[in-house]
Every structure is written in C-alpha cells, then in structure tokens.
Design a binder for this molecule. Structure first.
Ligand code: FES
Length: 99
C-alpha cells in the first residue's frame, strides 16, 4: 500500500471516503466507519459488495461470473472486495443484488 489516497464518492448515500493506494474499495468503505457497501465473503464470491462504477479508473481481481456477468462488467459493475481504485472514483453503491 502507498501513501496515495483516492477519493471515492458514492452517489447513492451521498458520502465520500478516501481509499489508500492498493487498498480495495470494500476495505476503504468499511474503514470509513459508515455502512456504504455491504460486506460479505471478501473473496469475490458472494456478490454482496457489488457496486457500479460511474466514473474513474480501477483494477479488478478475479470476480465470480455468477455475481458479475460480462454485460454488467461492461456497464461498470464490480465487486468492491476485488476492486482497487487507480484514481478518484464515482460509484453507486445500491443495486438489485444488495438492496
Ligand atoms: S464481499 Fe463477497 S464478493 Fe465481495
């Protein structure tokens, strides 16, 4: 992890939180002390942490196709426990699978 911090803004809750370089989106959201993104397996399998990225650059690790289809991935859906922001990120934390 580095000292770089990226600001993540959630357009569902209206909250913003910092994400450290190399930190997952889910860990950063949990560290913020607010329940912005639901926490489940933390391993890319359960889908509870699925959010949509509206803008910004990021990298993802392996995500279960049962949780994020190719079509959803194209539309920016990611598993937050597998997503590492590479810059400021705009997200929408609520969706049909974690409502
Ligand atoms: S917490 Fe289970 S897929 Fe992210």
């Amino acid at each position: 992890m580095s000292d770089i911090e990226h600001l993540v803004t959630d357009h569902f809750s209206g909250h913003a939180f910092p994400c450290r370089g190399g930190e997952t989106l889910l860990n950063a959201a949990a560290r913020s002390g607010r329940q912005i993104i639901r926490v489940g397996c933390r391993a890319g399998g359960c889908g509870l942490c699925k959010v949509q990225v509206l803008g910004g650059r990021y990298d993802t690790g392996k995500m279960s196709r049962a949780q994020v289809s190719e079509a959803e991935e194209v539309r920016g859906f990611v598993l937050a426990c597998r997503t590492i922001p590479a810059g400021a990120l705009e997200i929408f934390s609520q969706n049909e699978t974690n409502a």
